[in-house]
Write a protein that binds this ligand. Structure first.
Ligand SMILES: [Ca+2]
Ligand SMILES: [Ca+2]
Ligand SMILES: [Ca+2]
Length: 193
């Protein structure tokens, strides 16, 4: 009996230790979670991009992400991140690369020439028309830098993705079919300065 009791005590103590460790892990995870957005929110002085489509992007080459707002008619506004605020319009104007030519066009904001400034890419899945407008560092020029046709990605059933596949600093294009939920084709960016 003594032997059984001793064994039983050992078993309970191991369980207690395990329970304690599990609780400790959960508590640590909860503490980490609470620290992510625990500060009070920063109130912006005005509403940004009302009725427009908003994207993060970098338009002055620093590490802070700026904002670009594109309206349906192709009008563009860029707000630089300054001390975690977006108080001032840095540049605004019309850009033919802002996807105003068709409501079916999908806009992407990424760096297509590798200069550290994000650019505009518009892909119209219906007619396959693809345009790129390169940001100069101070503005979007009033003309397109590239116009092309990518029939392989054309069609309402297709999905397009823009990201830098090979890490050369220039955004590439991937496409696939919506119903298969995956990509099956890559187009590498061959832009040369
Ligand atoms: Ca920036
Ligand atoms: Ca660029
Ligand atoms: Ca690339």
């Amino acid at each position: 009996m003594d032997f059984v009791r001793k064994k039983s005590k050992g078993k309970y103590s191991i369980l207690s230790v395990l329970t304690f460790l599990v609780l400790l892990i959960y508590t640590a995870e909860a503490a980490n979670f609470n620290q992510i957005f625990s500060s009070p929110p920063i109130q912006l002085s005005k509403r940004i991009c009302q009725n427009g489509q908003l994207f993060p992007g970098n338009f002055n080459g620093d590490k802070e992400m700026d904002l670009i707002c594109i309206f349906n008619d192709g009008y563009v506004r860029i707000y630089l991140s300054t001390n975690n605020k977006y108080n001032r319009i840095f540049w605004e104007g019309e850009s033919p690369a802002a996807c105003a030519f068709s409501t079916k066009g999908t806009r992407y904001v990424a760096d297509f020439d590798g200069d550290g400034y994000d650019d505009l890419f518009c892909f119209d899945a219906v007619n396959g028309k693809t345009t790129v407008g390169l940001y100069s560092g101070s503005e979007f020029p009033n003309e397109l830098d590239w116009v092309g046709d990518i029939p392989e990605c054309k069609g309402d059933e297709k999905m397009t993705y823009v990201f830098d596949v090979n890490g050369d600093g220039k955004a590439d294009l991937a496409c696939g079919e919506k119903k298969k939920k995956g990509i099956d084709m890559l187009f590498l960016n061959e832009f040369l300065h």
